[in-house]
Each structure stands twice: as C-alpha cells, then as structure tokens.
Design a protein around this ligand. Structure first.
Ligand SMILES: Cc1ncc(COP(=O)(O)O)c(C=O)c1O
Length: 389
C-alpha cells in the first residue's frame, strides 16, 4: 500500500531535514576537479592547483606563506612539530574546542594545559594564561571558536613576555577579523581546516599560514616525508605524509573565489537569528565584540534559566520538527576517556563546564533560507516555552 499518498502536510514538513551545514559546490569546483583528473594530476605532488591554492590563501589571510596539508588536525600537529614541541613540553590550550586541538599536543608527547574561556565569546580567557606558564611551557594554542576571533593583543603580549609561540586554531574562522586583520597571521602559525562543514571546504584538508619563512619551509618539508634536497631519499628529518592532493586543492581554489560571499551569507544568517531570538530570555546568543568581525561558522546558543538543564529534550523536540542541531564541545578537563594529566581537575574550568551541557548549535549553512530561519526560531521559542511551563 502506498502510504505516502496520504501523508499529511505536517508530516511532509517534518520529513524535510534542515541540516546544520551544507557546502556550496558549483560548476567551478567541478570543472577544476575535471581539469585535475584530465591532467592526470591527482596526488599531492603534481598539478597546478596546490601552489595556486597556497598562494591565493596566503594572500587572502594577509600572510606571506601558506602550506596546504591533508586536514586541520594535520595542520595543528605539523605546526607544533615545526616549532619543536617535544615530549614533556607544556602547551597551553583553550579547553573548549574540538579535541583535535588537544590531540595534536598529545601526538608529540607534550602535555596540554587547559585554560578556561570567557563567558560571552567562549574563547580562551587571556587573563588566566599567565598563571599556568611554567619553565616547560613552549606555546599557546588559541581557538577562534565558532567563528569569533580571540582577543589576541593580551595573548601576544603574554607570549612575547615569556618567549612562547602562539598557534591560532582557525579551523572555524576563515576570514574572521581581529581589529581589522584576518586570523591566521595574528600569531606564529595559523591552522585551518577545510572539512566539508567549514567556511570553505576541500572535502578534507587543511592549511598552515605564517609570516615566518623558516617555519614555512620546515612545514613544507615535514608535510612530505622531509625528503632530502640533493638526494631525495636522504631524509632531513622524521617527516609525515600530510600532503593535500591536487584534486582537493582544485576544489579549494574554486571555494576561495566565493569566500567573501559565503561570509556575507553567514553573517546575514546570524543577524536574522539574532533579530528573531534576542527577546528569548532563555537563550544566550553568539557575541560579536567591538574588536571582532565574527564569521559565525555555526550559530551557537546556550540555554539559560529554568531550561538550562533540558538540552537533550529541547534538541530532541527540534529534531522531531526536522531541525538538525549539534551539542557543543565537551571541554578537555571533562573528557573521561583521555589520558589527562592527574593535575587537571574536572572543575578547573568552571565557565566552560557551565556551557558544555547547555550549548548547541542551530542550522547555520550559508544557503539556509529565510523561511527556514524563521521556522527554526519559531519552533525553538515554542519548545522552550512549553519546556518552561
Ligand atoms: C577547532 C577545530 N580544530 C581542529 C579541527 C580539526 O580539523 P579536521 O577535521 O580538518 O582535522 C576542527 C574540526 O574539524 C575544529 O573545529
């Protein structure tokens, strides 16, 4: 029996799923990939697109160098390796992040030191960094979370005073600006991800940006097995294979051409949500500090007041209305299955802990329709009201 013939309009509406993110893939991406394939240039060694993507991305970020790699995680790992982070070193990291940021530190046998966040931007709280610096501290990793840039001046001041490297995790913040400057060139190395849900994508992929030619050369060498110069197989170091392929870079070149449009669409999406949700007392909305140009990678909200402990229920109700959502990250200090340093206590980062089980993000794709934003905001407010009642 064809039941679909009698499906109600309401049920049809619910069958429609509004995804948290969707990439924009157009003719240019397809024709670039076809060219890479026709040229037979499919690896990370040959073809025109890798160098072009690196050159254009560096220019976009206002940096002198960019080195394409295979993922954002690889970018972080290789950045730390390039500055010489090793077993026993300590690396200060914003606790609220995708755990890839912390894993990169673990890969090198170094010790991550989690730092709590600011309640409004959800980024690392620069005021808490200095207390955690020891003689073993080598670097600070800041994360421009959900597209809002970190307050970099105080971070750089502390890093300069203690002779530390600053790594920017820009995985979620391509094109975000701090005091008019794009992220990626605000510290020693910027690390980007081009995973499918990022501001621009290559499917999987990453990039390291820097203004330091020595670091750029080191990363270029390390990403490709540190092959020797005069004799290729007399290796200069213990390298990785973190090469981006020409096919991925072909997509990246096309994506980069539309990055400004994508960011405009993201900002417009966030402004529409803001206008519809600002009067809901039970939601903390994303912030944009006077120093910041937020690119709103994801529109992240935090439940407040009486509904703050009811996230699962609210997310489930939204799912029943066809609205996909995703929980916020669990901070490093609350991870239960990782080999945490015994000196790290669960309640070390109370601000992050307060957001961890109350935050989630709403559908935030750049081509989300105005109708869908209105529908989501309406459903969210109604679900919250019925949860409070
Ligand atoms: C903040 C942050 N850092 C690092 C990564 C890792 O990037 P990738 O998935 O490309 O390895 C991600 C996300 O995927 C991220 O959101």
């Amino acid at each position: 029996m064809l039941r679909s013939l009698s499906v109600s309009r309401n049920a049809l509406r619910k069958m429609k799923k509004i995804a948290v993110a969707q990439p924009i893939i157009e003719e240019q991406e397809i024709s670039n990939v076809l060219k890479a394939l026709h040229d037979g240039a499919i690896s990370g060694f040959y073809g025109v697109y890798i160098e072009l993507f690196e050159k254009n991305f560096a220019e976009y970020c206002g940096c002198s160098h960019a080195v394409a790699v295979s993922s954002g995680t690889a970018a972080l790992h290789i950045a730390l390796a390039a500055i010489g982070v090793k077993q026993g070193d300590e690396v200060i990291v914003a606790t609220m992040t995708n755990m890839a940021t912390f894993f990169a530190v673990h890969y090198l046998g170094a010790v991550p030191v989690p730092i709590d966040i600011e309640a409004d931007t959800l980024n690392i709280n620069p005021l808490l960094i200095e207390d955690k610096i020891t003689t073993k501290t080598k670097a600070v990793i800041v994360v421009h979370l959900f597209g809002h840039p970190v307050d970099m001046d105080p971070v750089n001041k502390i890093a300069c005073k203690h002779n530390l490297f600053v790594i920017e995790d820009c995985a979620e913040a391509h094109g975000a600006q701090y005091k008019g400057k794009k992220v990626g060139g605000l510290g020693s190395i910027g690390c980007f991800s081009f995973y499918a849900n990022k501001i621009i994508t290559t499917g999987e992929g990453g990039m390291c940006t820097t203004n330091d030619p020595v670091i750029a050369n080191k990363i270029s060498s390390l990403k490709s097995l540190a092959f020797g110069k005069s004799n290729k197989f007399m290796h200069s170091d213990i390298g990785f294979n973190y090469r981006m392929t020409n096919i991925q870079a072909a997509i990246g070149c096309a994506q980069l051409e539309k990055i400004s449009d994508i960011i405009d669409m993201k900002r417009s999406m966030a402004h529409k949500y803001n206008a519809l949700l600002h009067d809901c007392d039970y939601l903390q909305l994303p912030d944009e500090k006077p120093y910041a140009r937020n690119v709103y990678w994801m529109y992240h909200v935090v439940l407040r007041g009486n509904v703050s402990e009811r996230r699962s229920e609210i997310m489930r109700s939204l799912a029943l209305e066809g609205i996909e959502t995703r929980e916020t990250f669990i901070p490093y200090n609350l991870q239960e299955n990782l080999p945490l340093n015994p000196s790290i206590k669960k309640d070390d980062c109370p601000v992050a802990n307060d957001v961890a089980y109350k935050g989630f993000y709403l559908p935030s794709g750049p081509i989300i329709k105005d109708d869908d934003i209105a529908y989501i905001a309406d459903k969210l407010k109604k679900i919250i009201s019925s949860t409070v009642a």
